[in-house]
Design a protein around this ligand. Sequence first.
Ligand code: V47
Length: 375
Amino acid sequence: MKLILDPALEPIEQKVLAGERLSFADGMVLYHTHDLGTLSRLANLVRERKNGDKTYFVHSMRLEFTNICYVGCTFCAFAANKNEARAWDYSVEDVVAHVRAKYETGLQELHMSSGHHPTRPWSYYPEMVRELNKNFPGLQVKAFTAAEIEHLSHIAKKSTLEVLTELKEAGLAAMPGGGAEIFADRVRLQIAKRKVSAEQWLEIHRQAHSLGIRTNATMLYGHIETLEERLDHMDRLRNLQDETHGFFSFIPLAFQPDANSLAFNLGKTEFTTGIDDLRNLAVSRLYLDNFQHIKGYWVMIGSDLVQVALDWGVSDVDGTIIEEHIAHAAGATSPLGLSREKMVGMIQKAGRIPVERNAYYDELKIYNSLELAAD
Ligand code: V47
């Protein structure tokens, strides 16, 4: 029979109470403990120390302007070849028309990330950002992962710093945290061989932060990585955050196993389990002491589990999204989007305080306990 309390957590609890940084060894203890009660309690303590009961969300739209991509990441079910019937590739006018068609009052953030298109010229990208800002003033364009920025630097024959500078001048507000996958070479070579390297990913975020472009950081877990490799990933992010303080949030992305070659070739056909998702969120909350938010991404782990995760370190639940394609291509069973009413209700019913934010995490509206999103 399992002991309920794990004595190995006692010195970690002392550190957490004293606000001391956890070591790599502490992180591994957290990954292996059976004492999930203490794990969630400690993660919640840090969550409440940083954010109280406040739980952030954004009224947002997703747009993937192309799924054409030559990179061939083995976890990806979204990418298509140019000649496939399921390929799409929007012009700047198409992008503006798509946003207009789905535009809703109060929309704050447009989150765009897409395939590495082999032939679109560099001018397309800043023009798209400019046109979006012109047509939808006040809508914050959060776009282009570090992997896309590295790809654009090849297309543009410019440095990544120049690419970022020009996109910022065109009106780029913030950057998403995708493309990080797992930094460790052993894994990266098997899942994202032709993508931006770990060092480049970190350097591009360092450069973005130096220009005042705030970003997020993700970690794709639940495939072939070890627990040490997950913690190593977080360790590299913690070091960069110490240096720049430019990350808003950390977002674990649970591997979705349908229709990709990791599933076909390596038999990775299982979704992550609820306990793995919760444990991973709690460990990241405790380890990433210099991140303000850990984001529970309802698209990949479902809104019911995200609601529970509000007690396991999560203080941000992403956004309404409207229509998501990357995770859904790989088997995500969540809805394509969630209404503001649903987000507010989910947070309130967990006993937390919903805070509607924009892409910069400015607080736009704090909902009191009786108030739902339709005001
Ligand atoms: O970079 C692709 C991942 C990312 C799969 O910054 C997969 O606010 C799981 O970056 N299973 C795109 N993950 C999504 C992303 C993101 C999501 C939510 C919030 C933010 C943010 C960013 O999705 C890709 C890749 O790492 N991904 N395929 C898959 N089968």
